[in-house]
Design a protein around this ligand. Structure first.
Ligand code: GLA
Length: 499
């Protein structure tokens, strides 16, 4: 080699060894939970001097990191998830290991460790074949939108057998069961490991699922559970990937009555366009158990699920990402269904996600609007609060019988928006026996004086008009309804046409 070429090569080698970092590449991130699991996610990192970029690869997506920095062996970065939600990490690197502290607003602060992975190590298992699409027999369940309670919105991973039993006692004592809330659904984080034969075992928070189901059933309630078609659930616990038939059988043996099946890590194995076959696999497995199990599809409204949810025996399907306990999230989830009314019917419901009523992030007016919207939408009413410590006001909102009757109307038609003027929207839902429900919603931040003339909403003559939140009848001969609707508030009216 020419002398100047040699100098250049040596220089390049020196420059590369200075800049190529031991940090670059995939890291396996591990967290030990109190319930005995080791949860794994991945980091894909790249160092640029004291700056760090890359992704956190969780079971529900690849999330870009921001504000990443490395100084000496100190590392920190943030993972923004939505405008009101972010993870934060900070800690130290030593060789091919990292020790970090993670902050997750849902869970709190906890230690995680990471090891640098070999470049060729796969992040997910090999893809398994999917069944051919085929016609399915209606499972005959959920003739009206399912009603019940789910652990996720309030408890997240802090849910266990004792708490579910207490919720069962409370749902009866507060009159909620008798108002229609019968499904008690355990969400993510109940799973442990599989035994040698592949059978899923609950973790130590749920010592005996069958006995819990027996207890719940003894109270006149039903028990729901949660899994994923992917290898891992959204919280990183065991999914049903490759174990669909045996998990459905295990759930049936435990006495499970409802399954929420959450896409999550399935995206690392399958394409979105394969979703229908993926969901059909579990739909078939549930039918094979011969136990009536409501099938709840949770894949955030991807691939127009409302067009095929019923064809895989789904009884309800999420139409959006996760709800948060604030008005803009609740409005956005409701509005996602503005064009979806034609797809709802008896046994098949659009699901704008579970209720946040009573979780503290919204005002009573906003929670009444939440319930109004969900009832007009024929949405599943799955409470998500801590029923053991609920105020009378929260209970009254959740159990207003006339509002629930709108949600549960046997005609099974979802309401639709008939007008939008600025922040004021009017939605209408056809009900059995020629009645209609009218929701007058003020999504603005100031009070609004609103007059609604019945003939403008297509009803020339009315026989009975009832304001369901005020719990009073309006004059029979009224041609319109005028009210000051509070900021983010709603009026819900049941109107009987004159035949
Ligand atoms: C997803 C779902 C939520 C909840 C969590 C649990 O985010 O959309 O409703 O089930 O997973 O990890």
């Amino acid at each position: 080699m020419h002398r100047s070429g040699l100098v250049t090569a040596v220089f390049l080698f020196w420059a590369c060894s200075l800049f190529a970092s031991d940090i670059d590449g995939h890291w396996r991130l591990m967290r030990h939970t109190d319930d005995g699991n080791t949860l794994e996610t991945f980091l894909d990192l790249k160092q640029h001097g004291s700056r760090l970029t890359g992704m956190l690869l969780v079971d529900w997506g690849d999330l870009p990191i921001s504000d990443g920095s490395i100084e000496d062996n100190r590392i920190s970065f943030t993972v923004p998830i939505d405008p009101s939600y972010a993870f934060r990490f900070s800690g130290e690197i030593s060789g091919s290991e990292m020790r970090l502290i993670q902050y997750d607003p849902n869970v709190g602060t906890f230690p995680v460790s990471a090891i640098h992975m070999a470049a060729n190590e796969p992040l997910s298992p090999a893809r398994l074949p999917l069944p051919e699409l085929h016609a399915v027999k209606d499972n005959g369940l959920a003739r009206t939108p399912p009603m019940g309670w789910n652990s996720w919105n309030f408890f997240h991973d802090k849910i266990d057998d004792v708490t579910v039993r207490q919720i069962a006692d409370t749902i009866v004592a507060t009159g909620m069961r008798d108002a229609g809330y019968v499904y008690l659904n355990i969400d993510d984080t109940w799973q442990g490991s599989r035994d040698a034969s592949g059978r899923i075992r609950p973790n130590k928070k749920f010592p005996d699922m069958k006995s819990l189901a027996d207890y719940v059933h003894s109270k006149g309630l039903k028990l729901g559970i949660y899994s994923s078609p992917g290898p891992k659930t959204c919280a990183g616990y065991q999914g049903s990937y490759g174990h669909e038939e045996e998990d459905a059988k295990t759930f049936a043996e435990w006495g499970i009555d409802y399954l929420k099946y959450d896409w999550c890590s399935a995206f690392r194995v399958y394409k979105d366009s394969e979703m229908r076959a993926v969901y059909q696999k579990m739909g078939d497995a549930l039918i094979h158990t011969d136990r009536p199990i409501v099938y709840s599809l949770c894949q955030y409204g991807k691939e127009d699920v409302w067009k095929w949810g019923k064809l895989v025996d789904g009884n309800l399907w999420r139409t959006t990402g996760d709800i948060r306990d604030n008005a803009s999230s609740m409005f956005a989830n409701a509005e996602s269904e503005v064009d979806l009314a034609p797809w709802a019917d008896v046994g098949q419901w659009n699901d704008p996600d579970m209720l946040e009523i009573g979780n503290g992030g919204m005002s009573a007016d906003e929670y009444r609007t939440h319930m109004t919207f969900w009832s007009i939408l024929a949405a599943p009413l799955i409470a998500g609060n801590d029923l053991r410590h609920m105020t009378p006001e929260t209970r009254d909102i959740l159990t207003n019988p006339a509002v629930i009757a709108i949600d549960q109307d046997p005609l099974g038609k979802q309401g639709h928006r008939i007008s939008k003027q600025g922040e004021v929207e009017i939605w209408m839902r056809p009900l059995a026996g020629g009645a209609v429900a009218i929701a007058i919603l003020n999504l603005g931040t100031g009070d609004a004086s609103i007059t609604t003339r019945w003939k403008d909403v297509g009803i020339p003559a009315v026989q009975r008009v009832r304001d369901l939140w005020a719990r009073r009848d309006l004059p029979r001969d009224s041609a319109s309804y005028s009210a000051t609707v509070k900021a983010h508030g709603a009026v819900l009216i049941r109107l009987q046409r004159q035949q």
